[in-house]
Design a protein around this ligand. Sequence first.
Ligand SMILES: Nc1ncnc2c1ncn2[C@@H]1O[C@H](COP(=O)(O)OP(=O)(O)OP(=O)(O)O)[C@@H](O)[C@H]1O
Ligand SMILES: [Mg+2]
Length: 159
Amino acid sequence: MRSGRDELRERVRVAIQRTRLGRPAKSIIMVGLRGVGKTFLLNQMFMEAEAADICAIYIDAHENRSLPAILTPQLRMSLLCLRRLEAAKDSTVRGLKALAGFAEGLMVKFRDIELAVDYNLEPGLADNGDFESDLTTLLVEIGRAARSAKIVCGGQGFP
Ligand SMILES: Nc1ncnc2c1ncn2[C@@H]1O[C@H](COP(=O)(O)OP(=O)(O)OP(=O)(O)O)[C@@H](O)[C@H]1O
Ligand SMILES: [Mg+2]
C-alpha cells in the first residue's frame, strides 16, 4: 500500500513537471474503499504542489451542481491570485474577461452558475455558450496567464 502511494505521488510530480515544460500530462483518478486514505493522499499532493509554486485548486464535486458552476469560483480565485504578479497582470485580466464570458455564455444552460464579475466580457472570448469550446478557450487563457507568471495551474477534484 505504502509503495502504491509513493508511486502515485511520483506520477503526480512527473505530471506537474511535464506541465511546466508545456508537455501533455496524464490525469489520475484514485479509486478505493471508504477510509483507505484517498482524501488524505490528495491533500498531501495538494500541499506538495503548493510548496512547489503550483497554483492548485481544490474542488469538491457535489453531484447536484454543474461542472461550470463548480469550476468558475475556483478559477476566479486562481486568476485573482495571479493578478497580483506584475508580469502576469495583462494576461490575467484577459483571463478574467474570458471567465466573465464563460459564465455569461453558459448561464442560461446551467442555471446554478454564480460568479462575481471583475471585468466585462470581451465579445467572442469564451462566451459562445458552448461548454466544451468555451472551457478550452478559458483554460488556454488561464494557462497563458500562468505562463506569464511562470507558475503552473492545476486542479484536483474531490468526489
Ligand atoms: N497515510 C496516512 N497517515 C495517517 N493517517 C491517514 C493516512 N491515510 C489516511 N489517514 C487517516 O485515515 C482516515 C481516512 O482517510 P481518508 O479520509 O483520506 O479516506 P478516504 O479514502 O478519502 O475515504 P472516503 O472514501 O470515505 O472518502 C482519515 O482520518 C485520515 O486522516
Ligand atoms: Mg475521501
